[in-house]
Design a protein around this ligand. Structure first.
Ligand SMILES: [Zn+2]
Ligand SMILES: [Zn+2]
Ligand SMILES: [Zn+2]
Ligand SMILES: [Zn+2]
Length: 464
C-alpha cells in the first residue's frame, strides 16, 4: 500500500495496479475494498504484513511475541528474548523505561509503538489515525474498561513526547477496534494490518483470512514477519465489496448480533442476517410454543413462527436458546454411544435438523466416537454388527455437516477436509462389514465407488 497526498492535501492510499481490488470511499461505509476484476475462487487476493505487532500475553517477548526464553532487557525490564535483544530499539526501550515494568504493562507496548510512529513514519501514523476508534460507544457500554483505558492513556501520553491524553485515547481505541489476535503454537500477539482493517464484515464473506508467519530473506530484512493472507471463497465479480468474517459462522443469529454489537458496535445486515432462513438452513430457528412450526429471526423487533405467524420477543427467544444450549451441553449419564445417540434423537425432535446447537452436537458425536481403522479390523464380526448403528449415524451426520458447512462457509476449509476424511473412513469400515457379511453386493459396490470419488476430492483438498 502506498500513501500519497490527494488534490486537497488529504492523505490517500492506493494499491499497485496489478492488485485485483482498489481502495474506495463509499458513503455510510467509509473506506473499503472493491474488486476491480473478476476474482476466481481460492485466489490469494492479498498478503498484508502487520504494520504494528505487540504482545497479547504478559509472558511473551515484547518483540517477537513468543515465549522462547524468559530473558529481560536490562534497561526497561520488559521481556525481550535472546534472539530479539539486538532488534529491541533504543527509542522504544527508553520510553518503556519511563513506563516502568509491571506484569500488566505488556498492554501498553502496542499503543507505545503506535505513538512512536508519529516521528518514525508520520504519513502512516496520520493514515492510521483515520481508522474508527469507537471510543464513545465503548465508554458508554463498559465503565470499567473506560477506567483502565484512561489509566493506560495517561501512561502513554506521559511517556511518549508529543502525545496528548486525547490522542493516546484515540490510539488505544483504534487498536481495540482494528487489531486481530494472532496466536500460533509459540506466538501470542495482537496485530494491526493496514489493508485488512479496511475490510468490512459479512456473515457470508467472499474472503477467508488466515494468520501466517512468513520467513523473509532479503537485503533489508531477515527473519519472520506476521502476515494475514486473504483468499477468495467463491467467485467475486468486479465492483463487489470485499468482505471478511469477524465472528464464527456456526453462531446463531442472536449470538452473532450480540458479539458484533459488543465488539464493533454495529448490527449486521448482510445477506445471511437479512434472510430469516439463513439460506434455507433454518440454523437459528427455535420450536414455536403454539404450534409445530419454527420461529425465525424475522426482524429486529421479534421472531415470527413460519407456520402460525405468532411473534416472540427477542428476550424470550434468548431465554429459550440458553435453556436449549444447557440441555445440549449436559453430558448424558452414563456417557456412551447409546445415551449420546438418544440425546441427539431427543433434541432433533424439537430442533430443526440444521439448528446450530444440534449441528455442534453432531460434530462432537462424530469426532468424539471416531474409530480407528486398525482397531475395527481387530473386532469380531459380532462386535462389528453391534457397532453398525454408530457408523450409520456417523455417516448421516457427516453428510449433513458437509452440506451445512458448504452453505454457510462455501469453498475449501480445514473442517470440510476433516469431514471428508471421516466420511471416507466410515464408508471403508461399512464396506468391510458388508463384504464380510457377503449379503448386499450392490450396496458394497456403491460404497466403494463413493470412496474412490472421495479419494480424489480429499487429495485435491489436502496439500500433500
Ligand atoms: Zn523475541
Ligand atoms: Zn529495553
Ligand atoms: Zn450478518
Ligand atoms: Zn407457531
Amino acid at each position: 500500500m502506498e500513501l500519497y497526498r490527494g488534490k486537497n492535501g488529504t492523505l490517500e492510499a492506493r494499491v499497485p495496479k496489478n492488485f485485483p481490488f482498489e481502495i474506495s470511499y463509499r458513503e455510510g461505509l467509509g473506506r473499503c475494498l472493491f474488486a476491480t476484476r473478476e476474482i476466481r475462487p481460492e485466489e490469494t487476493v492479498l498478503t498484508d504484513s502487520a504494520i504494528l505487532l505487540g504482545p497479547s500475553n504478559p509472558d511473551v517477548c515484547i518483540v517477537c511475541c513468543s515465549e522462547r526464553d524468559r530473558r529481560k532487557c536490562r534497561l526497561c525490564d520488559f521481556y525481550v528474548c535472546s534472539w530479539c535483544i539486538d532488534s529491541h530499539s533504543d527509542e522504544e526501550c527508553s520510553v518503556l523505561v519511563k513506563v516502568g515494568y509491571t506484569r500488566d504493562m505488556y498492554n501498553v507496548v502496542l499503543p507505545v509503538r503506535f505513538a512512536l510512529l508519529q516521528v518514525r513514519d508520520n504519513d502512516m501514523f496520520t493514515w492510521l489515525l483515520q481508522y474508527m476508534d469507537h471510543n464513545e460507544e465503548r465508554n458508554r457500554k463498559n465503565k470499567s474498561l473506560r477506567r483502565s483505558t484512561e489509566r493506560m492513556a495517561l501512561i502513554v501520553s506521559s511517556s511518549v513526547q508529543g502525545i496528548s491524553i486525547d490522542l493516546a485515547l484515540q490510539i488505544i481505541g483504534i487498536l481495540f477496534t482494528n487489531c486481530f489476535e494472532f496466536s500460533s503454537q509459540t506466538i501470542r500477539a495482537r496485530a494491526l494490518y493496514p489493508l485488512v482493517s479496511l475490510i468490512n464484515h459479512s456473515c457470508i464473506p467472499n474472503l477467508r483470512h488466515t494468520n501466517l508467519i512468513k520467513e523473509m530473506r532479503g537485503v533489508n530484512l531477515n527473519g519472520e514477519i506476521v502476515v494475514m493472507e486473504l483468499e477468495t471463497q467463491r467467485t467475486v465479480m468486479p465492483g463487489t465489496q470485499l468482505t471478511i468474517r469477524y465472528n464464527h459462522y456456526t453462531q446463531g443469529n442472536l449470538q452473532r448480533q450480540k458479539f458484533l454489537s459488543e465488539q464493533w458496535f454495529f448490527r449486521c445486515h448482510c445477506q445471511r442476517c437479512e434472510d430469516p432462513t439463513e439460506f434455507g438452513t433454518n440454523t437459528s430457528g427455535l420450536p414455536c410454543n403454539h404450534c409445530s412450526g419454527i420461529i425465525l429471526p424475522t426482524s429486529d423487533q421479534g421472531w415470527v413462527c413460519n407456520q402460525c405467524g405468532e411473534t416472540e420477543s427477542i428476550d424470550k427467544v434468548q431465554l429459550m436458546e440458553e435453556k436449549l444450549l444447557n440441555l445440549a451441553e449436559t453430558k448424558p449419564c452414563p456417557f456412551n454411544i447409546t445415551t449420546s445417540l438418544q440425546q441427539l434423537h431427543n433434541l432433533s425432535k424439537i430442533l430443526h435438523t440444521n439448528h446450530f446447537i444440534l449441528m455442534d452436537l453432531k460434530e462432537k458425536f462424530l469426532f468424539g466416537f471416531s474409530m480407528n481403522l486398525r482397531k475395527v479390523r481387530d473386532l469380531s464380526l459380532d462386535q462389528k454388527r453391534k457397532l453398525v448403528p454408530l457408523w450409520s449415524a456417523q455417516e448421516k451426520y457427516c453428510r449433513q455437516l458437509l452440506s451445512y458447512h458448504e452453505i454457510l462457509d462455501p469453498g475449501k476449509s480445514p473442517l470440510k477436509t476433516k469431514l471428508l476424511l471421516e466420511l471416507r473412513k466410515i464408508l471403508l469400515i461399512q464396506s468391510k462389514v458388508l463384504s464380510e457379511e457377503n449379503k448386499d453386493k450392490d450396496e458394497l459396490v456403491r460404497k466403494l465407488n463413493e470412496v474412490k470419488g472421495l479419494n480424489q476430492m480429499v487429495y485435491t483438498q489436502v496439500s500433500l
